[in-house]
Write a protein that binds this ligand. Structure first.
Ligand SMILES: [Zn+2]
Length: 155
């Protein structure tokens, strides 16, 4: 996910943008993780940006000369393909605050928390995923058409 050109460094009022997450869902727990690096978004606590580029000089995230920071989009449409490339993707909106960089397509932020999460009905176990994601304490909704029933082959 790239936020595009014209990067401007900002602080100030929090803003809300679109986010795509990878969902970790098993018997133990259901959690949101970042699509790019798999970083955990902990329930009840902000996700804090951390630079994972090992070859670069240590710096605070986001850094204008790097790609780090929590990527949040101005429009879901721009990054829709990230939803399509995995069968474990959910999406929604996230509040970002603290230092951030703004590009034409979105932001790279220092801190974020989900505002609402939408679980595509086509996701395996969508109802259970949605119920478990309530742990984040924000609205969670199953959206879209239900998955087609699996074909039953009668021998
Ligand atoms: Zn960095």
């Amino acid at each position: 996910m790239r936020i595009g050109r014209s990067v401007v460094r900002l602080t100030g009022e929090p803003v809300v943008g679109w986010k795509i997450w990878r969902v970790e869902h098993d018997e133990a727990r259901t959690r949101l993780r970042s699509v790019l690096y798999g970083s955990l978004w902990p329930p009840g606590r902000p996700a804090i940006a951390d630079c994972k580029k090992l070859l670069r000089k240590r710096h605070e995230a986001p850094d204008p000369l790097c790609e780090c920071g929590i990527h949040v989009a101005k429009s879901l449409r721009e990054w829709g393909h990230y939803l399509a490339v995995g069968d474990d993707r959910v999406f929604g909106r996230a509040l970002i605050w603290g230092e951030r960089l703004e590009g034409e397509l979105g932001w790279r932020a220092a801190a974020a928390y989900p505002v609402e999460v939408q679980v595509p009905a086509t996701l395996e176990d969508a109802g259970s995923v949605a119920a478990e994601l309530m742990v984040y304490g924000v609205p969670v909704e199953v959206v879209g058409a239900p998955a087609p029933a699996k074909e039953v082959v009668v021998a």
